[in-house]
Structures are given as C-alpha cells and as structure tokens.
Ligand binder design. Structure first.
Ligand code: NAP
Ligand code: F7E
Length: 364
C-alpha cells in the first residue's frame, strides 16, 4: 500500500493482477469497507495471519485514512479505488485479483442517517452486496472463492419478547438500513443455494472500539467525556438513553468473520456478548471512569431520536461458541474504559494544541 506519512497513494489496480503466481502465493483477501472500523481491524488480523490484503477505498477529497495508519507501509497490503455501487469496476477488480476470500463490509452503516438518506443506504447496503455476489459468482466459475457478508442485529428489530436473538429469531427490521441489510442477507443465502457459492453472513451485534465512527453513541460519549474532562466542552447532547444494546469489542468480532470462512460449510452465525446494557449504563461507566457525574453534563435532544427505535438487542451466540469456538474477551466495562482512556488522550492533545496556539498569539 503506497503511503507518504498518513497520505495514501493508491496503486493502479492493474499493477496488483498476478494470477499466474497465485498458486504459490499466500492467501489473498479482498475487503470492501477496509477504511471503516471493522475493515481496519480485519486487515490487521489477516495480515498477521500471513494474508495478502487488498482493500477497496472510495475516492475522497482528503487522503488521510487514520484507521489504516498501522498497515499503510506494510508490503502485503494494497488499496484500490472502487465503490460497491460501481458493478463493472468491482467485477474487474475481483476477476483480476482472484481473492480466496471476500469480506463485504461496505455500508452506509449509520441507522439514524439511513432515515435521512434511505435510497443511498439501500443502494450501498443492498445493491452493493448484490454486486459483490455477482462478481464472486463469476470468479467462482474459474476458481473457488469464499464470501463473508456483514449482516446485523438491526435486522431483528428488537421486538418485545424476542430477546435473546439467535439465528432462528424472526427478522423485523425497523430502519432503511436494517431493510437493506436484510435484502443482502437473503441474497447471500440465495446465491449459496443457487450457485453453490461459499457465502455466509455474520449477524453481528453492536461492536465498538476507539476506532468507532464519531457519531455512534458509544464513541460520541467517550469523545464527549474526554473533552468535558479537559474543559473543551460542557454539555453532551444525546437521544434515547433507554435503548439497550449488546455491545462488544470490534477487535474480538473480526476474528469471528474469519472463522466463518474457515468452516467446511457456509452458515449464518450470531456474534454477540450475551449481555445487554442501556445507553444510560454506558454513560455511567464512561463518566465515572473520568471522575465525572453524567447527570451534570448530559442533555437530550429530539434531533437524535429515530422515527422507529430498536429497543432491546441481546444476542445468543451459543452456535458460534460451539461451532467456531468463538467467545468475546472484552467486558462492557473494559470496553467503555478503553474508549474513554483513548479519547481523554485525544482531548488532552487538542487542549495542548489550543494552548500552544494561544501562547504563540496565533488565535487572532
Ligand atoms: P463503518 O465504520 O461505517 O465502515 C463502513 C465502511 O464502508 C467504510 O470503509 C466506508 O468507506 C465503506 N463504504 C461506504 N459506502 C461505500 C461504497 N459505496 N463503496 C465502498 N465502500 C463503502 O462500519 P463498521 O462499524 O466498520 O461496520 C462494518 C460493516 O459491518 C458494515 O457493513 C456495517 O453495516 C456492519 N455492521 C456493523 C456493526 C457494528 O456494530 N459496527 C454491527 C453489525 C454489522 P468510507 O471510509 O469512505 O466512508
Ligand atoms: O445507536 C441510541 C440510539 O447509532 C445505539 C451500527 O453499527 O449497530 C449500530 O447501530 C443506540 C440507539 O448504533 C444517541 O437511538 C441515543 O438506540 O450507536 P448507535 P445502532 O443504531 O445500534 C448495529 C448493529 C449496526 O449494524 C449499525 O451499522 O443509542 N442513542 N442517543 C444514540 N445514537 C446515536 N448514534 N447518537 C445519539 O446521540
């Protein structure tokens, strides 16, 4: 992956096409959504396992991709411009690279935003997944490929009486995002049954980390705690504090994605911690970690409520425990503390930078 500091130079895609040497080379993975939270952890995980890792990134006006800093200079990682909604370029990439494994993590993954941009969310989450499957189907006629699809607990919708949710729980999505993901989920099973493609879905419950997008609730809270502690802000505005989620650590969850593709046959798996906590409980742990009382700083704002809420998610990952031997390693409390510690550090740097600017008289 070409890089200058944290600025990436994306190699031309045709430079990476080496099918003749494929037989002798290490296993090759293609990740869509590599620049996201999970994509970055998964890339590191696969590189550590000796894979050649290829990632699809969208062109943006800014070349900084902080989450990929750790792997940017490693010789076995490669980035390619692409977009899952661009079927022909995706097809070309898949047929040129001939990956052994494809992880489709690309999505407009913010549930609240999916109500504002439903068409776009569906285009990426549903049609994007279909494009990935079509490309994999064609490659599979030439050589075997395995596909992982990032399904989600949002597909369950959290209807009363359904918790804990398992692989057999009825789906009832309550957002454009959840509906798009359910379409992709059904197509994966359809492609598996129609074309004998090794394709499977991980139904992952919420998973977080210091790399979580800044407008998901846990990260919004940990960033807020850090900035309040450093005197950079006073209040934190949130939506529904009573929603309950099964929150795990993203670093644990990406291993499960890989394990699913190492099985003899493709199947769906729920990946979760088996504990549910409210947003209020996350606030309690996060603010207490920094010696603060959340009641003095948190306000609610209608803007952050959703037209339809998923009230309670609680996953039953016993199938993954039994068949994949997968278990989460990070508790709810350790996860919240990890995120707060990271974001206090970030806020401290922000404060120091502001002080340096002020001392240099540059604020004018
Ligand atoms: P994320 O941080 O929002 O990352 C999404 C990734 O998709 C980013 O790399 C984004 O690129 C990329 N992307 C968006 N639109 C694209 C397009 N049209 N073409 C190609 N790439 C595109 O999400 P995450 O938390 O890592 O989650 C990974 C996947 O798991 C997503 O599909 C999500 O829906 C699903 N999931 C997540 C959770 C969770 O709790 N985290 C739970 C269940 C399922 P940019 O960087 O350019 O935006
Ligand atoms: O909300 C409530 C909000 O946006 C969690 C995505 O990764 O996980 C994620 O979706 C809860 C909801 O995650 C705010 O109403 C309160 O009940 O962090 P979130 P999500 O909607 O659960 C699933 C599994 C995915 O697949 C998705 O891709 O927190 N909440 N106040 C808030 N949420 C946000 N974002 N912001 C608030 O201010």
């Amino acid at each position: 992956m070409g890089a200058t500091g944290s600025h990436f130079v994306i190699p031309l895609t045709h430079q990476t096409s080496l099918p003749q040497s494929h037989l002798k080379s290490p296993r090759r993975a293609l990740i869509t959504g590599i620049s996201g939270q999970d994509g970055s952890y998964l890339a590191e995980f696969l590189l550590a396992k000796g894979y050649d890792v290829h990632g699809v990134v969208r062109r943006s006006s800014n070349l900084t991709r902080d989450r990929l800093d750790r792997i940017s200079d490693l010789p076995r990682s490669n980035l390619h411009y692409g977009d899952v909604t661009d079927a022909s370029s995706l097809m070309r990439l898949v047929l040129e690279l001939e990956p052994d494994e494809i992880y489709n993590l690309a999505a407009q993954s913010h549930v609240r935003v999916s109500f504002d941009n439903p068409g776009y969310t569906v285009e990426v989450g549903a049609m994007g997944a279909l494009n990935v499957l079509e490309a994999a189907r064609l490659l599979n006629e030439r050589r075997p490929v395995r596909v992982y699809q990032a399904s989600t607990s949002e597909m369950f919708g959290g209807a009363p009486g359904t918790a804990p949710q398992s692989e057999t729980t009825r789906f009832h999505p309550r957002s454009p995002y959840g509906c798009a993901k359910l379409y992709a989920h059904a197509q994966v099973i359809n492609y598996r049954e129609s074309y004998d493609l090794f394709a499977c879905c991980g139904i992952l419950f919420n998973h977080e980390s210091p790399r979580r997008g800044e407008n998901f609730v846990t990260r919004k809270i940990s960033l807020g705690v850090g900035r309040i502690r450093e005197g950079l802000q006073e209040k934190l505005c949130l939506g529904n504090l009573e929603a309950r989620r099964d929150w795990g650590y993203a670093g644990d969850f990406v291993e499960a994605m890989w394990l699913m593709l190492q099985q003899e046959s493709p199947e769906e798996y729920v990946i979760a911690t088996g504990e549910t906590h409210s947003v209020r409980e996350f606030l309690e742990v996060a603010f207490t970690t920094a010696g603060l009382d959340w009641r003095e700083h948190v306000e609610t704002d209608e803007r952050f409520f959703r037209p339809a809420e998923v009230d309670v998610l609680l996953g039953d990952a016993s199938k993954a425990a039994e068949k994949l031997n997968w278990r989460p390693t990070t508790s709810f409390e350790s996860l919240a503390r990890m995120m707060v510690e990271h974001d206090r550090d970030l806020a401290q740097r922000e404060r120091w930078a502001q002080e340096r600017i002020a001392h240099a008289g540059l604020e004018k």
